[in-house]
Ligand binder design. Structure first.
Ligand code: Z5A
Length: 205
């Protein structure tokens, strides 16, 4: 792969969207070719799956269906968008990837992590991000920020303890894969968050 795969992770409301805009601006100023994309989503069919996952219109989505839908969307996204961009030498800036499945479906819902890793291996073999930026903040801070935006979706309707487990899961992943993860305190000012992100981008480019 000639390109670089950058993923942005964190519990809800930690500032992923805000900081992805910053990363895109930074890489544009440095004349890097890139695509910006997200999970679940990134292709027409994967966006339909996103819609099912986030707005099920009251229909029960069993946890196993949720897990498999995230991976189905990921497979579509990888084949149609991520891999072609990486092969073409572009930077891929992706809002969430498999670390989110381990944090949310593994630590959050309680699925066996080994089993999730086996499905991940099946879906994307050895494709891993070159850099994963984990924006870390206490769950209640992220929830307060997210709620200010208005209506909440199905995945945003859990108890706070769920998002606390998700945060803990992310921190464990960051420790386990410290060769590609950087953890940034998302509870500090946006200016400081972006200075920290810039340092890691400089290293990467
Ligand atoms: N999910 C899953 O379960 N399993 C998977 O495998 C995958 C996903 C891939 C969709 O994700 C849901 O799917 C998500 C996880 C699950 N559900 N949850 N919960 P998403 O990424 O599309 O949605 P999200 O996690 O809910 O992201 P978000 O709520 O859109 O938040 P964000 O993008 O991280 O935050 P933001 O919109 O940039 O910022 C929120 C507000 O905070 C905004 O007003 C900012 O101006 C403000 N902000 C940001 N940074 C700061 C600082 N530093 N200080 C003060 N204010 C700030």
């Amino acid at each position: 792969m000639k390109g670089k795969f950058i993923t942005i992770e964190g519990s809800e409301g930690v500032g992923k969207t805000t900081n992805i805009n910053f990363i895109v601006d930074y890489l544009t100023k440095h004349n890097r070719r890139m695509i910006e994309t997200r999970e679940p989503g990134g292709t027409a069919a994967a966006e339909e799956i996103r819609n099912i996952l986030l707005n099920s219109n009251g229909e029960l989505i069993p946890d196993i269906a949720e897990l498999l839908l995230f991976f189905a969307a990921r497979s579509l996204h990888l084949e149609n968008v991520i891999l072609p961009a990486l092969v073409a030498g572009k930077f891929v800036i992706c809002d969430r990837f498999t670390d989110a499945t381990i944090a949310y479906q593994g630590y959050g819902r309680g699925f066996d992590i080994e089993r999730i890793n086996n499905i991940a291996q099946w879906v994307h073999a050895d494709i891993q991000p070159d850099l994963t930026i984990l924006l870390d903040a206490p769950a209640e801070i992220g929830m307060q920020r997210a709620k200010k935006r208005g209506a909440i979706d199905r995945m945003e309707s859990e108890e706070i303890s769920f998002y606390e487990r998700v945060r803990e899961g992310y921190l464990q992943l960051a420790e386990q894969y410290n060769d590609r993860f950087v953890v940034i305190d998302a509870n500090q000012s946006l200016d400081l968050v972006q200075k920290a992100i810039m340092t890691h981008l400089e290293d990467l480019i």
